[in-house]
Design a protein around this ligand. Structure first.
Ligand code: ZN
Length: 329
């Protein structure tokens, strides 16, 4: 969750306008050109892409399901989606061939990827512990937060773990060594400083922190949060700003391409990229790292995607293929 939690102060609201976004995405995300073409081909005007505002004020005619065959079906059949939990073998196998790396090629052999599933399903039972203040270099902040949930009660912490499992399977197929910062194998946390430390100590080649947002209804779409240049206390991000931006751009481009969803309509001016200096998980990282906010759990259309196992598999592929693209250079 982003906007009520202590590690997620709201970024300044920004105007979202569709037209400049198109250009911005294409310009800022070189790897996304193909993705953008796919996105444009499947609707382009905010149908499945999470631009509620644009759809409302311009053409709301495109069906929300043009790029996602069954979001409504998945949500109607329950909040878990068809294959919640560990990814099925068939889903993994059928999605294991990123354009840039054939399945089983071992393209990521020797690479270390740390996946940070945001929050922890047990955090809400440990409010005193997760409210403890930790030093994030620039200031002190709560250790962790509970995260958000859909209006039907599908928890962000459950979403992030599911997505992490799917990504781990995909990245391990490529030969990467994958480490999770938590796997619901501890009662709460870790704290944001420890989450950063896990990536640092693993000497990770890339770290991705997974989240879903808790913004207002009508605010839709994913965004990737990049570290800003920070030097204070234990925080010094200067060496990771550039590689993290590259990582974030690759992820945003591949997320668009694989999911067919547009970037956020409420932050990032349509680029799907936001730079922040207030997140301990980024400030304390010494290795390339980004956060991915996969959608807005509080918007019903985004929630239909986030609760669909089939969509989560696409999201996992999009993010993973962005990582593969980044690591292969
Ligand atoms: Zn979160």
């Amino acid at each position: 969750m982003s906007y009520t939690g202590p590690d997620f102060d709201p970024p300044p609201p920004s105007n979202s306008r569709r037209r400049p976004l198109t250009v911005a995405v294409a310009a800022l995300v070189p790897g996304a050109l193909l993705g953008w073409a796919v996105y444009a081909a499947v609707g382009g005007s905010g149908d499945d892409g999470g631009n509620g505002e644009a759809a409302a004020r311009s053409s709301a005619s495109a069906p929300a399901s043009s790029a996602e065959p069954s979001p409504s079906g998945a949500s109607a059949s329950g909040s878990e989606g068809p294959d919640d939990g560990t990814p099925s073998a068939s889903a993994t196998a059928s999605s294991s061939a990123p354009a840039s790396a054939p399945a089983g090629s071992g393209a990521l052999k020797g690479k270390v990827v740390v996946i940070d599933p945001g929050h922890n399903p047990g955090n809400f039972r440990h409010t005193a512990e997760i409210n403890r203040q930790v030093d994030i270099g620039t200031n002190r902040k709560e250790c962790d937060t509970t995260g958000t949930a859909t209006n039907d009660g599908y928890a962000e912490a459950k979403f992030t773990l599911d997505l992490a499992h799917r990504m781990r399977a995909l990245l391990e197929e490529q030969g990467a060594k994958v480490k999770l910062t938590q796997d619901a194998d501890r009662p709460f946390g870790p704290c944001v400083d420890e989450r950063a430390r896990i990536g640092n100590e693993a000497k990770a080649d890339a770290v991705v922190s997974l989240h879903a947002d808790g913004a207002g209804a009508g605010q839709r779409g994913f965004h990737v949060i990049l570290p800003g240049a920070v030097r204070a206390g234990e925080a010094d991000t200067r060496a990771i700003v550039e590689p993290s931006r590259e990582l974030g751009e690759r992820i945003a481009g591949n997320f668009v391409r694989v999911t067919g969803n547009a970037p956020s309509n409420y932050v990032g001016d349509g680029t799907g990229l936001v730079t922040r200096k207030d997140l301990g998980g980024l400030n304390l990282s010494t290795v390339p790292k980004v956060f991915v906010e996969c959608g807005n759990m509080r918007d019903s259309k985004d929630a239909a995607l986030l609760t669909s196992g089939a969509w989560r598999q696409k999201a996992a592929r999009g993010i993973s293929e962005g990582i593969v693209s980044f690591l292969r250079g």
